[in-house]
Design a protein around this ligand. Structure first.
Ligand SMILES: O=C(O)CCC(=O)C(=O)O
Length: 198
């Protein structure tokens, strides 16, 4: 595994560890998750209209780690052994604890994720989010929320890479995985989060 590299930007903290998993392990994990997870296509409400999400998702976590975003209310499935192992490895590497993971399955170039911040109340202030990519490389875009800053960044997230967003990242930046025009094979992304429970 390579060292974590800090990607320098204002008003937020971002670390990338390329090859957190070596290609052979990453390929095994990708195949296991693709085949064993019960993937669902969620719907979200945007400005009162219901849309199908352009990707498949699954939510796993500790018993009470309930997550609400864009009108969806996700109750966690119990950790599988493979997800628990990945969580353990990510926790050891980052020094942070997580109690849940959102899995995103981008079937091809027509799947993506629009601009958003992971700033739901249940994540608390300045959440640490660890995001593991498996399978096809995709562009991950970041833009500063302040129009005055006009900062835009594009990072390629490849097979086995681990990205960590921390500090004021969610307060000041949005991120997206744009749909692509060129054919893309499938990609699975796992974002580990800590849901605050009272
Ligand atoms: O697929 C990715 O790399 C990003 C996922 C993401 O933005 C999210 O789950 O909030």
């Amino acid at each position: 595994m390579r060292e974590a590299e800090q990607i320098l930007l204002t008003d937020g903290t971002l670390f990338l560890t390329p090859g957190f998993y070596q290609p052979d392990i990453a390929a095994q994990l990708f195949a296991q998750l693709r085949d064993d997870i019960t993937w669902q296509q969620g719907t979200v409400q945007i400005f009162g209209k219901v849309h199908k999400e352009p990707r498949l998702t699954a939510w796993f976590g500790d018993k009470d780690a309930r997550y609400r975003y864009s009108g969806r209310d996700l109750m966690p499935q119990a950790w599988t052994p493979v997800l628990a192992d990945i969580k353990q490895a990510v926790e050891t590497h980052t020094g942070h604890c997580f109690n849940s993971v959102l899995l995103n399955y981008y079937r091809d170039e027509k799947d993506g994720m629009g601009w958003h911040s992971d700033d739901e109340a249940e994540l608390g202030a300045q959440p640490v989010i660890a995001s593991l990519s498996l399978g096809a490389s995709r562009r991950f875009k970041l833009r500063h929320k302040s129009a005055a800053q006009k900062q835009l960044l594009s990072i390629t997230l490849g097979d086995g890479d681990l990205l960590v967003m921390a500090g004021a990242m969610q307060e000041n930046w949005q991120h997206s995985v744009p749909k692509e025009t060129r054919p893309q094979s499938a990609r699975i992304n796992l974002t580990f989060r800590l849901i605050k429970m009272d």
